[in-house]
Design a protein around this ligand. Structure first.
Ligand SMILES: NC(=O)c1ccc[n+]([C@@H]2O[C@H](COP(=O)([O-])OP(=O)(O)OC[C@H]3O[C@@H](n4cnc5c(N)ncnc54)[C@H](O)[C@@H]3O)[C@@H](O)[C@H]2O)c1
Length: 267
């Protein structure tokens, strides 16, 4: 190939198309609130075909009402395998395929390890880790069969760093990072599996922290940008991982963390 053959026209996609998610069948679990809601709204605005799933169907319906594209709402508790299987059935009945999946739901119980009950530990593992695996495995089967798909698991900056009172949560988020890598290795080359690792974002999940002024101010100072993220700030990175723009990227956790993971703090 000489230089004149290497033009923008023979790239795998034009720069405009690289970030295209229009018509991509996109499953968002946790679509009723916070980051899932923001991702659903963002992908809806770009013309994706949506499946909005959540335990909280009223909330998912409210998200759906704000989106003017083809969409279905499915009740799904990710701690129940039959719900996740039903989510897939409804998706395939309606759209016949899945192009993108965001495996999002997560909860937290913020307590020192010595005070955390075994039931609390189990509840966090059940949703954050086993729930993501149920979604990943069931949706992954379809993507592997199709020989196509981009899966994005919701991890956290706590996949990378730690703080006291996060033992169950950080354990699940560290595990999601490794799960993402293994699935990426097993499902290559046709299916890509990545993760997103946000810092504290202004959602109901961190209400407890935001309502305590001292705790809130302390946490804000942990990252380079000295603030919490807004839910919509996870949308750009999500589009990147879902689209052809990231087609050489798999098994990766994209930190959306205001530089927290490597910040040593002020001196
Ligand atoms: N907000 C943050 O600071 C932050 C930071 C890093 C990572 N995350 C991760 O992002 C994800 C979303 O968090 P968020 O802040 O948007 O929280 P959120 O509480 O605003 O939303 C979570 C959504 O998940 C749904 N959900 C809970 N349990 C479910 C279940 N069993 N089955 C189906 N849906 C269920 C809830 O109904 C809700 O709609 C979580 O995995 C969380 O760990 C959040």
């Amino acid at each position: 190939m000489n230089n004149k053959d290497w033009t923008i026209n023979n790239w795998y996609a034009t720069p405009q198309k690289m970030f295209d998610v229009e018509d991509k069948v996109t499953v968002v679990t946790g679509a009723a609130s916070g980051l899932g809601r923001a991702i659903a709204l963002g992908f809806g605005a770009l013309g994706a075909k949506l499946v909005l799933a959540d335990l909280n169907t009223d909330g998912a319906e409210e998200t759906a009402a704000e989106i003017d594209v083809e969409k279905i709402v499915v009740k799904c508790d990710v701690s129940r395998l039959e719900d996740v299987q039903n989510l897939l059935k409804q998706t395939l009945d309606h759209y016949k395929r899945v192009d993108v999946s965001f495996n999002i739901p997560g909860i937290n119980v913020r307590k020192p390890a010595l005070e955390l009950t075994y039931d609390e530990w189990d509840s966090v593992i059940e949703i954050n880790l086993k729930g993501v695996f149920r979604c990943a495995k069931e949706i992954g089967k379809v993507m592997v069969d199709q020989k196509k798909g981009s899966m994005i698991n919701m991890a956290s900056v706590f996949s990378e760093i730690v703080m006291p009172r996060q033992v169950a949560y950080a354990s699940t988020k560290g595990a999601i990072r490794q799960m993402t890598r293994v699935l990426a290795a097993e499902w290559a080359p046709h299916v890509r599996v990545n993760a997103i690792g946000p810092c504290y974002m202004e959602t109901p999940l961190v209400k407890q922290v935001m309502e305590n002024k001292e705790w809130y101010e302390k946490v804000k100072r942990q990252n380079m940008l000295q603030r919490f993220g807004k839910p919509e700030e996870v949308v750009g990175p999500s589009i990147f991982l879902a689209s052809e723009a990231s087609r050489l990227i798999t098994g990766f956790m994209l930190l959306v963390d205001a530089g927290w993971h490597c910040y040593g703090g002020e001196v």
